[in-house]
Design a protein around this ligand. Structure first.
Ligand code: VNL
Length: 389
């Protein structure tokens, strides 16, 4: 009798231990953050990781009573690696959500994993319009190139720029930028006299810039991915393009806040359109920039950081609403979120799962001895024009 009771109680203890372990697992909310942490796009990974950690430091590492676990993985910006890591995170780590995605090809390669496993995937960086259509589980907190490109295409012809040569990185976001800039600029009465595409990786801009110089447009419209702007600016100056009276315009990727201050005076006066500037004039942004710099040795946050920070906000709020849920419930709770970002007001369009936000026209100016993209005009609540086809 005594023995039976003893056996029963040990069995019960063992069971509750198993339950406790399962519960422990059930008590974590896992975010798999896949980023290029090494290689030519490492600045994007560094900015987003720093922003995600800042968000957690400010908002705590528990949601709905669950411990938030951030698992950061380096995909070296190779699509097959991104996809493999995503699969491991889903199968082995059982993450609630996948996030990051520094480049378009990395997001596109991973989209099928999100669909098959019904795992929400938050794109914090990549910006080709079509990405959100690659899986119904994709939500985007970065931006789209069509959103950014039409702003400058409206501004330029009203400001003496009638003849333009475009120069873009030859892959998804560059092709979007070229198309949406050109269509809108032509519609506005402008002329695009040449469209040039440079390789995405390690481009040598020199022969392209020479061509632009020979064509003598009023301006050169540029899209290069975050990080590549410094090399382009340097060669632009070396060829004396600015002295030859050729203006530089583009989406804000080229005057990326991460590297802008090191570009020197050649960047002064460059006008771009984009969704985020570190000098965006709002109390929330001032707090964000200050806290980010304090936590990262003075590093200035760029638009990648803001995509990561807002992505964490979308994940945290969805986790709260679903008590640490996953799959379709978590995805549904991401759709339609509306909030103030350091960039300004934004929301996640429930139909397209894509970001809607203001696009600002900005000019590079010196403020307190430092170069900033100073916003001087606002186009409100811009939806991705790529979704209206
Ligand atoms: C992409 C778009 C990447 C814009 C970027 O920087 C960027 C992309 C790395 O979709 O690949 O500034």
């Amino acid at each position: 009798m005594q023995k039976r009771i003893f056996l029963r109680s040990t069995a019960l203890a063992a069971l509750s231990l198993v339950a406790a372990l399962a519960h422990a697992d059930n008590n974590t909310f896992k975010i798999g953050l896949i980023l290029p942490m090494t290689g030519p796009f490492a600045s994007t990974g560094k900015q987003i990781e720093a922003a995600a950690r800042l968000y957690m430091a400010q908002n705590g590492d528990t949601v709905a009573g669950k411990k938030v676990e951030l698992i950061v993985k380096d995909d070296t910006s190779a699509p097959d690696v991104t996809k493999r890591i995503a699969q491991e995170l889903v199968v082995n780590d059982k993450v609630n959500v996948l996030a990051g995605f520094g480049l378009t090809p990395l997001a596109l390669a991973t989209a099928p994993i999100a669909t098959q496993s019904k795992t929400p995937l938050v794109v914090m960086a990549a910006a080709t319009s079509s990405i959100t259509q690659a899986s119904p589980y994709i939500v985007r907190t970065s931006f789209t190139l069509p959103q950014a490109a039409v702003g400058i295409a409206d501004w330029a012809p009203k400001n003496g720029i009638k003849k333009v040569v475009t120069l873009v990185s030859d892959y998804g976001p560059g092709i979007d930028a070229e198309k949406y800039f050109k269509d809108r600029f032509l519609f506005n009465g402008g002329q695009v006299i040449e469209t040039l595409r440079v390789p995405m990786r390690n481009p040598d801009f020199a022969p392209f810039l020479q061509k632009v110089r020979d064509l003598k447009p009023d301006a050169m419209f540029v899209f290069v991915p975050s990080g590549a702007g410094a090399a382009l600016m340097k060669q632009f100056a070396e060829r004396g393009m600015d002295k030859a009276g050729i203006k530089l315009i583009g989406t804000g990727d080229v005057t990326d806040d991460d590297i802008l201050n090191s570009m020197g005076d050649v960047a002064l006066g460059v006008v771009t359109s984009h969704h985020y500037s570190a000098s965006h004039n709002s109390p929330l942004n001032k707090k964000f920039v200050e806290a980010f710099q304090k936590a990262n040795n003075g590093l200035r946050p760029n638009f990648m950081a803001v995509g990561g920070y807002d992505g964490m906000r979308v994940i945290y709020e969805a986790a709260k609403a679903t008590k640490g849920g996953s799959g379709d419930a978590l995805l549904e709770a991401m759709k339609g979120q509306i909030f103030e970002s350091p960039r300004g007001p934004m929301f996640i369009d429930a139909q397209t799962r894509d970001v809607v936000h203001n696009i600002y026209i900005r000019k590079v100016e010196k403020v307190g001895g430092q170069l900033y993209n100073q916003e001087f005009d606002t186009i409100k609540d811009v939806k991705d024009p790529g979704k209206n086809k």
